[in-house]
Design a binder for this molecule. Structure first.
Ligand code: GLN
Length: 489
């Protein structure tokens, strides 16, 4: 019986390949078997790239056979959120409007990982155009939380988180506009990071809200997170918003020493809205940081209460502009049997978009329209500046901020679909971070009584991902438990 590699981390796989105890092909086969065994339950993948993955694995094996050295991620199996453009397979954002669409180019992150020798297993599920917090807005399927198949995996990158946690890949890529990496990472129980706006090129990321979107990784531990960030970070000529700021070696930043760190706890986040069990998890996590020598202080983010309102004005405004290009002419789906071009546009959009995407386009068009622009959009931009200033002031007093990632653990499928506002509230702790453009990560901080994961969110100063990862690493090393694996088989 061939060995099962599916629970291995990237650094373990690298060691095995380096020492010749496994081939990249064996490892890829093992993941394909795992997907075969569990994806019928989890439903993370929307497209499995079996032949492509095996070919990439063979390339790594032939390098090894020729005695060439391989990079730390060579032969490591990844999954890709279907919002990233890939030449191979389709790129659909899990929307009917992009059904069958093939991108003529690869996103920069895909290109960089491919150069690093990564094996891509396929594309994973998401809320349509990344709009949602539960992956229930996908036009393809509903992904399940591997810990409890009745529950959602979070969203919008629910497929990316579920695939990592169900051992259907080692790591994956997602996008985060208001929490879509950190929230599903917390609800499924893995590490997920939204880098600083500009740290990772967005070239080839289908845009939802361009001033908020960032690409980031999901991994099984912080060590793997650093390895992926080493590859995907840095300036890209093809994305003018990518920053020309040197990228440190994140792996070297991981030290179990946080005695120089001050952790800020924002008083506005620890209110009655926070589920008591989640509060207790975060308090225990903070105690561990304190025991490792970190100083803990209270900070204030006074404009927190406006974050959700501001976010839903800005993200819908930007989405209404970004999604205008899907008109049935250039991409994907076009409505048949129409009398003229106007009817073609209208019918394509009506049939092609799901309800949440339509709601956002309508809201966005409204807040940008003449007479409402000043009252909504402009005012939201002003409050966004105040939210950013809150963080700047808090970071005068501390190096990282610790919060819950999500106010509750994973909820049941269908529980919030009838009430969009209730769904929007799931992002209360993650949204301000995108408005401010700062980096944030989520690291598992234990299981609740009912056996569902919870996440500790750590926020950092712009472009200081290294400190964030160091604190997360120290926590992971000293938290004294491992959440284990979901009981899938
Ligand atoms: N849940 C938020 C929304 O629906 C965030 C989504 C995201 O980060 N892509 O917009």
């Amino acid at each position: 019986m061939a060995r099962d590699w599916s629970s291995a981390t990237g650094h373990e796989i690298h060691d095995a390949l380096h020492h010749g105890t496994a081939t990249a092909s064996d490892i890829t086969q093992s993941f394909l078997r795992r997907i075969e065994a569990v994806d019928g339950k989890v439903r993370a993948y929307v497209d499995i790239w079996k032949d492509h993955a095996l070919k990439q694995a063979e390339n790594v094996d032939s390098r090894l056979k020729r005695g060439q050295t391989i990079g730390p991620l060579a032969g490591v199996p990844f999954a890709i959120k279907d919002v990233l453009c890939t030449k191979h397979g389709h790129t659909t954002c899990c929307s009917r409007i992009l059904k069958g669409y093939r991108s003529p180019f690869d996103a920069t992150v895909i290109e960089r990982l491919e150069q690093a020798g990564v094996v891509f297993l396929g594309k994973v599920n998401m809320d349509e155009f990344a709009m949602g917090s539960s992956t229930e807005n996908s036009s393809v399927q509903v992904t399940r939380n591997p810990w409890d198949l009745k529950c959602v995996p979070g969203g919008s990158s629910g497929g990316s988180a579920a695939a990592v946690v169900a051992d259907e890949c080692v790591a994956s890529l997602g996008s985060d506009t208001g929490g879509s990496i950190r929230q599903p990472a917390a609800l499924c129980g893995c590490v997920g990071m939204k880098p600083t706006y500009g740290r990772v090129s967005r070239y080839g990321l289908v845009a939802f809200a361009s001033s908020l979107d960032q690409i980031g990784p999901f991994t099984k531990d912080v060590e793997d997170l650093a390895l992926v960030m080493n590859v995907i970070s840095g300036r890209d000529e093809r994305d003018s918003t990518s920053a020309d700021i040197p990228v440190p070696n994140y792996s070297q930043a991981l030290r179990d020493d946080i005695s120089d760190i001050t952790v800020g706890l924002p008083k506005e986040y620890y209110t009655d809205a926070l589920n008591p069990e989640m509060r207790q998890k975060i308090e225990s996590a903070v105690k561990i940081l304190e025991a490792r020598g970190a100083k803990v202080i209270e900070v204030s983010l006074p404009h927190t209460e406006y974050a959700i309102a501001v976010y839903y004005i800005i993200c819908t405004a930007e989405a209404s502009a970004n999604l205008a290009r899907f008109d049935g002419v250039r991409y994907g789906y076009r409505a048949p049997k129409v009398a003229d071009v106007q009817e073609m546009y209208a019918k394509t959009k009506t049939d092609g978009y799901g309800r949440e995407v339509q709601r956002r386009i309508l809201l966005g068009t409204y807040v940008l329209s003449s007479g409402y622009y000043d009252a909504y959009y402009l005012k939201a931009q002003k409050v966004r500046a105040l939210i950013r200033k809150d963080f700047e002031e808090a970071f005068q007093k501390c190096n990282v901020i610790a919060t819950p990632t999500s106010p509750t653990p994973a909820f049941e499928i269908g529980a919030k679909t009838a009430d969009p506002l209730e769904m929007y509230l799931s992002d209360i702790y993650t949204i301000s971070v995108n408005l401010a453009g700062i980096p944030g990560l989520s690291v598992p901080c234990g299981l609740t009584q009912s056996g569902l994961p919870s996440g500790l969110q750590l926020l950092g100063k712009p472009f200081d991902e290294a400190t964030l990862m160091r604190v997360a690493y120290a926590y992971e090393k000293n938290r004294g438990f491992d959440i284990g694996k979901p009981p899938l088989t």
